[in-house]
Every structure is written in structure tokens, then in C-alpha cells.
Write a protein that binds this ligand. Structure first.
Ligand code: F6R
Length: 618
């Protein structure tokens, strides 16, 4: 959350920064701002609200010129969304500007220390405190005539007093050719151009300008000018600087003809599955192959237990991973919310491998879980989408989702890519144990059939839309499923609540009768996932319990089910598939269902209230 971009070069900075902000808006849309240095003057424009209605309009009315600057789009942590709390923040002199992603945990102490020194603050943010602290360090250094690069040195000195997380960019009118960046816990990337350079929180913001990037590490401080960059590490003698090539195109992160990024990404899912499968299916050996697990077959063979840690949608994928790995590979799996795993100090057996799942590869809770497992001496693998992200770099090995940039704040294609990868992993581990070649082949062929099946589901979008519109005024929803359909029900409920603001709960269909059924009435629709599987009869019995209490029922069933239309008010159909693959198909329909309800309610699907992509704070 919070997006950062900085530019230094030969072009006007503000159009580049504004375009970068547009590409970063999924990281926060409470406010946005830019600071540009022109002829020794710091020009700051910032505004509450989203980019089009806020900063873009402000820049239209009050343009700025200058060849370098920094910009920020905000997801509020300390201090409500307002013009004053928008970034950039200035130091006491007004000559230093700072944009920041993260949380300064000891900002109250620093603020009271600075207040005693005569500083006054215009905002209620932690970032303004940091700006003043950097300013004070800078004044001290220049007054003492200290040698070196005073702005970068002031940033380093200030950060020694800071507890918390940051990805930040700092500029000063005294050094109009330099951007100083620093990271701890929040991503920061240098984009290397030709006679121009960038500093950003997401590669997505610079992809239209360059594919050459350096992912900074924790405690790195970078000094970036138009034609060079230098990196030092506050905790080590040398910084580990590697120039990498981005593997996606600018168009991949554009909305194209679709009304919303979410819809575009739902419709990309046939390709998502293909990309997640590419090069990983070995029909000859009836298994899946991976290039990056970085574990010997003997090590994989001796795994006795797996813990999967993740958050949100990725946690739902993890739960499906548990079902897949336990049933196909017979390895016991435990699923943890990443943040709980970090802090509850659960005893973990020594032969356990941790797998974390993260689309962004930057989720703070998940990163902490990975570090905790490594600290305890466990092997830690990651299933990640964003190449070069912190989790991808810190994991011992893992699997890339290859879903391409996911811009929609509500995760869709990354979920489907993860399920594809987890099914492959379950086959891989299973084939080292007791999974027969015949059963493995069935699953692999089932996976390969998915892209065409998903195309068929997408062609039903208008049918789903009609059903969605019928129920779009409901205040509460239930989503029920058993077995493999249970995690899919949880994910269906999450999708609906986050983009439509309808209260929605996912439950095991069996669990419903143990309490939540008290809430069923004629105004509360329930989506019952009842595909043709081993749980069918039992789930049908649960469906009848809802009908008996006059609850409207939307069933999600398998084509060819002749009974379901008689008992459900509406039915969404998935094609025949293997039981473990049903959740992938069901989830595509539930994504469409949530999407069409949100649109019918007039919600801004790509900017859901209070949310932002990539939760980089704990
Ligand atoms: C929901 C959603 C979030 C994320 C969660 C973890 O649609 O997007 O629940 O799944 O914040 O994010 P990643 O997977 O990036 O770690």
C-alpha cells in the first residue's frame, strides 16, 4: 500500500510522475501528491481523493515544471485522508521533501523530541515527523561542514533513530540533481533509464520507460542521479546490487477495452492457467516439474509436514493447497494465517517445510512468516507472482505463478494461478510417494482442460450478470460448500464483500447448522456450492435446510445435474471436472457474480473502499 515514484533526467518530471501515479493507484487512492524542483524552488502539489479528481486536476490548475521530482499515492495509516496529510511532506526549512510507504512506529517519541527543538507540524502523519528529522540531521551536517553527500548522510543518520518500516524517496532544493531512496520492509526499486533514472515502489510504474531495474534490499540507501546510482547498506559493508530485466510489457498492466481491471483479469484466466502450466507438465513421468524449488528429490521425499502461511485470498488458496496435498501426496499440511504464525510461537517439527503464498511477494505479514520460519531453521518455499519481489528473493526456492501484473485490488487471476501451481505441487510430491501414474495423469489432463473450460464459463458472463442483478440489493449473503468447495465458498464471500460492501460469510455447509443458520431468512440469499462430488448428497441436505427457512438459494452445480434447478431459485453451472479442480471453475463464476453485483450497486470495483493492493504494513 502507498505507491512511490521518483524521476530525475532530461524530461519534464510532472507528466512522468503523474502517469506513474496512475499506474500505482491500486496501491492507495486516499490522496496523491508530487514535489518537483525547479530553479532551486520546491514546488509541491497534493490533494485528497483519487488521482483523476485530486492531483491531476490540481496540476491542471497549477502546473509545475522541473526535471526531477517525487510523487506518492496514499493509503492512509497515520492520520485520515486530507490535503494536509497527503505526501510529499516537507521538513522545517521547506527545502527537503519526503514520500514514504510504511509505518514509523516510534513517531510519537521522535515528534515530541522535535517539538522540544522548536519544530511545528502541519499534518498528523508519521511521515512528516521523518521529514523534519531528516531536515534536522541535514542542518547539523551542513553546519558542521561534514564531508560526503550531506543529503544521503542525513537520511542515513535519521534512519538510525527510526523504528518501523519504510520505502522512501527524499529530495532537496540544495541538491536538485539527486533523489535519495531508502528501504526497510517496504519495496523500493531503481529503474535504470538512458540519461534518466527512476525510483519506485512497483516496477509497474516504470515499465513504460525501462525494463532494467535494481530491487533494493532492506537497509539499502540509494543515491540516484540522471546518469548514475550508488547504493550503500546500513547493516553491511557492501550492498548487494543486481541489475535485472523485467519480464512483462507495459500493455500487460493496462486496462484495454475492459471496464475494469478486475474484469480484464477474470477474462485473462484461461491464459493464466496455461502460463502456470507451461513447461511444468511431464506426461512421460506422469508428474509435474519445477525449476526453482531448489530442493533435491531426496529432500522433497523426506518432508514429513508442510505449513502453508498466507493472508486473504492467498490464505484461501492455501486451504485448498491443504486439501490437494493431503489427498494427492498424503503429506500432512497445516494452514496458518501468516501473522498468527509469526507471533504465536507454535511448536514446529524439525522435518517441516514452510510454504508461503503471496501474489505481491510484499505482504508484510507473509514476509514475516517466511523470515520466522527461516530463523527457526526451516526450509521456506514461496508461491509468488511478482518476479523479484522481496518474498521471491528471500525464499529458499519456490514457484512463480506467471500470472502477469495483477492490478485489480481484488485478487482473481493470482488465485487461479496459485491453485494451478498447488495442484502441480501436490502431483509432484504425490508422485514421490504413493500417487499412481494413472491418477496423476488424470489430474494433469484435467488441468490442461481447464483453459477451454474457463473460456466456456466466461461466455456465461451475461447469465451470471442477470442472476447477480436479481440479488444485488441484499444486505447479507452466505456462501456454503463442503470439502474442496469450502475454501472456494470462503473466497466467494470475500470477493463479494470487498468489492460490493455486502456482508457475506463463507462457511462449511456442514457447519451452518451449528449456529449461523439462525441468520437465514427470506432476505438472506445463500450461494451453495454443490458440484457433482463425494459431498453432493450431504450438501443437498444442507441446501434443503436453508429452503425450509425460506432462504433464497443460488446453487453452483455441475452441468447435467437434473435435480438442482427444482430446488434452487437460480443455478450457475460449471462443466464436469475432477473433484480437486472444481474450485478453480467455481471460483471463476463466483468472481463474475461478485463483479456484476458490485457494478449493479454502482461500486468502484477497481478502487474498493479502504483497500489497497499489496499490504506492506503489519
Ligand atoms: C483479496 C486480496 C487480499 C490479498 C492479501 C494477500 O482479494 O487481494 O486478501 O489476497 O492481501 O496478498 P498477497 O497475495 O499479495 O500476499
Amino acid at each position: 500500500m502507498c505507491g512511490i515514484i521518483g524521476y530525475v533526467g532530461q524530461q519534464q518530471a510532472s507528466p512522468i510522475l503523474l502517469e506513474g501515479l496512475r499506474r500505482l493507484e491500486y496501491r492507495g487512492y486516499d490522496s496523491a501528491g508530487i514535489a518537483v524542483i525547479d530553479d532551486g524552488e520546491m514546488l509541491v502539489r497534493k490533494k485528497k481523493g483519487n488521482i483523476a479528481e485530486g492531483i491531476a486536476r490540481e496540476l491542471g490548475a497549477n502546473p509545475v515544471s522541473g526535471m526531477m521530482g517525487i510523487a506518492h499515492t496514499r493509503w492512509a495509516t497515520h492520520g485520515p485522508p486530507s490535503d494536509e496529510n497527503s505526501h510529499p511532506h516537507l521538513d522545517a526549512s521547506g527545502r527537503i521533501a519526503v514520500v514514504h510507504n510504511g509505518i514509523i512506529e516510534n513517531f510519537e517519541q521522535i515528534r515530541s523530541h522535535l517539538t522540544k527543538n522548536g519544530h511545528t507540524f502541519r499534518s498528523t502523519t508519521d511521515t512528516e515527523v521523518l521529514a523534519h528529522l531528516i531536515g534536522e540531521c541535514y542542518e547539523k551536517r551542513t553546519a558542521d561542514g561534514a564531508a560526503g553527500n550531506p543529503l544521503a548522510d542525513a537520511v542515513c543518520e535519521a534512519l538510525r533513530d527510526v523504528i518501523g518500516t519504510y520505502g522512501l524517496a527524499v529530495i532537496s532544493t540544495e541538491h536538485p540533481d539527486v533523489i535519495v531512496g531508502a528501504r526497510r520492509g517496504s519495496p523500493l526499486i531503481i529503474g535504470i533509464g538512458n540519461g534518466e533514472n527512476f525510483l519506485t515502489s512497483d516496477a509497474n510504474a516504470v515499465i513504460a520507460h525501462t525494463k532494467q531495474v535494481v530491487f533494493l534490499n532492506d537497509y539499502d540507501v540509494a543515491t540516484v542521479t540522471a546518469d548514475r546510482f550508488d547504493v550503500v547498506n546500513l547493516g553491511a559493508d557492501t550492498a548487494d546490487v543486481q541489475v535485472r530485466e523485467l519480464e512483462f510489457e507495459a500493455e500487460d498492466s493496462e486496462r484495454g477495452e475492459y471496464a475494469h481491471f478486475m474484469l480484464k483479469e477474470i477474462f485473462e484466466q484461461p491464459r493464466t492457467v496455461e502460463n502456470a502450466l507451461r513447461g511444468r507438465v511431464d506426461h512421460e513421468g506422469a508428474t509435474a516439474v519445477f525449476g526453482g524449488l531448489n530442493m533435491e528429490p531426496s529432500e522433497l521425499r523426506s518432508i514429513q509436514r508442510i505449513i502453508i502461511a498466507a493472508s486473504g485470498t492467498s490464505w484461501h488458496a492455501a486451504l485448498l493447497g491443504e486439501y490437494l496435498i493431503e489427498s494427492l501426496a498424503h503429506v500432512p499440511v497445516e494452514v496458518e494465517f501468516a501473522h498468527e504464525f509469526c507471533y504465536r510461537m507454535a511448536p514446529v517439527r524439525r522435518d517441516t517445510v514452510l510454504v508461503v503464498i503471496s501474489q505481491s511477494g510484499e505482504t508484510a505479514d507473509t514476509l514475516m512468516a517466511l523470515r520466522e520460519a527461516k530463523r527457526r531453521g526451516h526450509k521456506a518455499l514461496a508461491i509468488v507472482n511478482v518476479v523479484g519481489s522481496t518474498i521471491a528473493r528471500e525464499a529458499d526456492g519456490g514457484i512463480y505463478m506467471h500470472a502477469g501484473p495483477e492490478i485489480g485490488v481484488a485478487s482473481t487471476k493470482a488465485f487461479i494461478a496459485t491453485l494451478t501451481a498447488l495442484t502441480l505441487l501436490a502431483v509432484h510430491l504425490g508422485r514421490m510417494r504413493m500417487l499412481s501414474a494413472g491418477r496423476a495423469e488424470e489430474v494433469l489432463k484435467g488441468l490442461e482442460a481447464l483453459p477451454a473450460q474457463i473460456e466456456g464459463l466466461l461466455a456465461q458472463s451475461d447469465v451470471i450478470k442477470r442472476i447477480a442483478e436479481k440479488y444485488s440489493t441484499a444486505d447479507d449473503f452466505f456462501f456454503l460448500g463442503r470439502g474442496y468447495s469450502f475454501p472456494a465458498a470462503l473466497e466467494g464471500a470475500l470477493k463479494l464483500k470487498e468489492i460490493s460492501y455486502i456482508h457475506a460469510e463463507g462457511y462449511s455447509a456442514a457447519e451452518m447448522k451449528h449456529g449461523p443458520i439462525a441468520l437465514i431468512d427470506e432476505k438472506t440469499p445463500t450461494v451453495v456450492l454443490v458440484p457433482a462430488d463425494a459431498m453432493y448428497d450431504k450438501t443437498m441436505a444442507n441446501l434443503e435446510m436453508i429452503r425450509a427457512r425460506k432462504g433464497p438459494v443460488i446453487a453452483l452445480a455441475t452441468e447435467g445435474d437434473t435435480q438442482i434447478a427444482e430446488v434452487a431459485d437460480d443455478v450457475m453451472y460449471i462443466p464436469q471436472a475432477l473433484e480437486p479442480l472444481n474450485p478453480i471453475l467455481a471460483s471463476v463464476l463466483l468472481q463474475l457474480f461478485a463483479y456484476h453485483i458490485a457494478v449493479a450497486r454502482g461500486c468502484d470495483v477497481d478502487k474498493p473502499r479502504n483497500l489497497a493492493k499489496s499490504v506492506t504494513v503489519q
